[in-house]
Write a protein that binds this ligand. Structure first.
Ligand code: GAP
Length: 535
């Protein structure tokens, strides 16, 4: 009995140690993901030759493939899987009045605050949210302590609902959050500053609370169109792709002969002059969005809002990410156009953060464009013999953020026995930039020529590479780190038996198969068709 208790206590300490080590490691892991992204041609700092441009990034040979695959996977799930969703590709430059109508000129602001000592600029709301996240961290610590104390008998749900210390933390979080949201909604920026001071939030650089007043900062980039200074007009670079869909609503509905409910999907660049652009490609000034506006009958929006929340969750899970790495965050503070909104958050190494937004946008945008353009933007519903302005449910996900999620989720350092380790990028095969590496075992005996034959059979369907250099073991490691799901090795036996060895990246298992079966084996794992069947 005593030994059991001792063992349990020891185990508890070990688990705690491992947990803390894992927490300490998260920051390191993120740094490694960033370094790996550069080393393997995924992401480069833009204009690196000139010391870079803040929060702007370029995608390399692997990165551009991964990005393309993410977009294709999304597009297929929207436009191919749903007969009532069609795609468009609208221009980045749009009539400036569109941004007045959409509310972006007046309301697309972030509250900023500067620390007078460090001269660093922050988003005031993010400073408070980070403070709330710290309290959340304290709850996590309480849970871990209690789990260790109570062992198997521990009931986490009950603990979270009854422990006085946890309840105190929760109450504090909720009060701060309510006050922040209330002040932001009322545009009471003095109170946001007062809150920061009351919470004694300090600048992480200077360590002081010497703050300026909080002021609003519009996130849209301005530009000019026209040859001469006098004749030019002021334009905005679009901060979301959605408005291109709204202003084309009637064009698309009529030409594609769509009936409500139906959706319009679009993938394209968006630009935001973010105040604080940190965390690699998480918050960028130039990024890409994949947005879908679903037009529904007024009064039916909440049904469709729930439908799309579930559909989008399934899409994420179809890529094989652990369900407990995702969570929904329902908005308390709603954007000027929404009557319900939720984020799908992923557990990045720097915490749970938004990847995608699902918004019930009411009829705000279509009505606003009707008012500002002076043209009728309505739909005649033949089933009920009535004209109305459709309500809109939107799903909006950042391509770059999905890219970052995919990289963070895939990066692994594995101990594979015999004092050997490997770095593996366990990308979902459907998204992996290179699907198969064809490896002649040696550079002689006709093996390179045979490898090229296999490559030629596959190249039109899958992005493949041929690699001859280095030992087979080193080549496997390089492909593991590159994220390639299959290595196809051509050896001396291949000449006789028309077979090759397929090595699977994640399990490292090898199987001998006929060259004629290679295509099907790869296809089963990498095809969009097979993966989306899980949705
Ligand atoms: N049309 C609605 C809209 O734009 P949003 O929540 O502001 O909503 C949608 O943005 C998604 O776009 C976010 O969930 C995120 O994935 C991505 N996104 C927004 N700002 C971004 C930025 N600065 N850098 C990278 N991705 C961004």
């Amino acid at each position: 009995m005593l030994i059991d208790e001792l063992t349990q206590s020891l185990l508890g300490h070990i688990i705690l140690f491992i947990t803390f080590a894992a927490m300490a490691n998260k920051e390191d892991i993120f740094k490694k993901v960033i370094a790996h992204s550069k080393e393997y041609g995924y992401v480069f700092q833009s204009s690196e030759l000139y010391d870079g441009l803040a929060a702007v990034y370029d995608y390399g040979s692997n990165g551009s493939e991964l990005k393309k695959n993410i977009k294709e996977y999304w597009w297929a799930s929207m436009v191919k899987m749903n007969e009532n969703i069609v795609g468009i590709d609208s221009a980045i430059f749009m009539h400036p009045t569109i941004w007045k109508a959409s509310g972006h000129v007046d309301a697309f602001n972030d509250p900023l605050i500067d620390n007078k000592d460090s001269k660093k600029r922050y988003r005031a709301d993010v400073l408070v949210e980070d403070y709330i996240a710290k309290i959340e961290g304290k709850i996590t610590k309480e849970v871990k302590k209690a789990a260790k104390r109570f062992g198997e008998a521990f009931d986490q749900a009950q603990f979270l609902e009854t422990n006085p210390r946890v309840l105190g933390y929760k109450e504090k979080m909720s009060a701060i959050s309510k006050r922040l949201n209330g002040s932001l909604e009322k545009e009471d920026l003095e109170d946001v500053k007062a809150l920061i001071e009351e919470l004694e939030i300090k600048c992480p650089i200077s360590g002081t609370s010497n703050w300026t007043d909080v002021r609003q900062f519009n996130l849209m980039f301005g530009t000019k169109m026209g040859a001469t200074a006098e004749g030019s007009s002021d334009l905005w670079l679009r901060p979301e792709t959605a408005q291109g869909i709204f202003v084309n609503f009637l064009n698309v509905q009529k030409t594609a002969r769509m009936k409500v409910p139906f959706g319009i999907a679009q993938i394209g660049k968006a630009f935001r002059n973010e105040i604080v652009a940190r965390q690699f490609i998480f918050r960028m000034r130039e990024f890409e969005q994949m947005e879908m506006q679903f037009f529904v009958r007024p009064g039916e929006e909440m049904k469709w809002y729930e439908y799309w929340k579930e559909a989008r969750q399934k899409w994420h899970l179809s890529l094989g990410v652990d369900a407990d790495k995702y969570r929904f965050h329902d908005h308390e503070k709603l954007a000027h156009y929404a009557n319900a909104a939720a984020d799908i958050e992923y557990q990045f190494p720097f915490g749970f953060k938004e990847v995608e937004g699902i918004h019930s946008r009411t009829d705000f945008d279509l009505k606003a464009h009707q008012e500002y353009s002076g043209r009728k933007v309505q739909y005649f519903d033949p089933e009920i013999n009535e004209s109305y302005t459709p309500f809109v449910v939107e799903t909006s996900i950042g391509v770059d953020r999905m890219f970052l999620l995919t990289m963070c989720n895939a990066y692994r350092e594995e101990n594979i026995g015999d004092n050997d380790t490997r770095v593996v990028l366990a990308l979902p095969p459907v998204l992996a930039p290179v699907k198969a590496a064809i490896l002649p075992l040696t550079k002689k005996d006709g093996l390179p020529e045979l490898a090229r034959k296999v490559y030629d059979q596959l190249k039109l369907e899958f992005n493949c590479v041929i690699e001859e250099k280095d030992s087979i073991g080193r080549r496997y490691r390089r492909q593991d780190a590159n994220g390639t799901p299959f290595c196809v090795t051509v050896d001396n036996e291949t000449i006789n038996d028309n077979c090759v060895t397929i090595r699977h990246r994640d399990s490292m298992e090898q199987e001998r198969v006929s060259i004629d079966d290679v295509r099907d084996i790869i296809d089963r794992s990498v095809s969009i068709r097979h993966n989306l069947a899980k949705c």
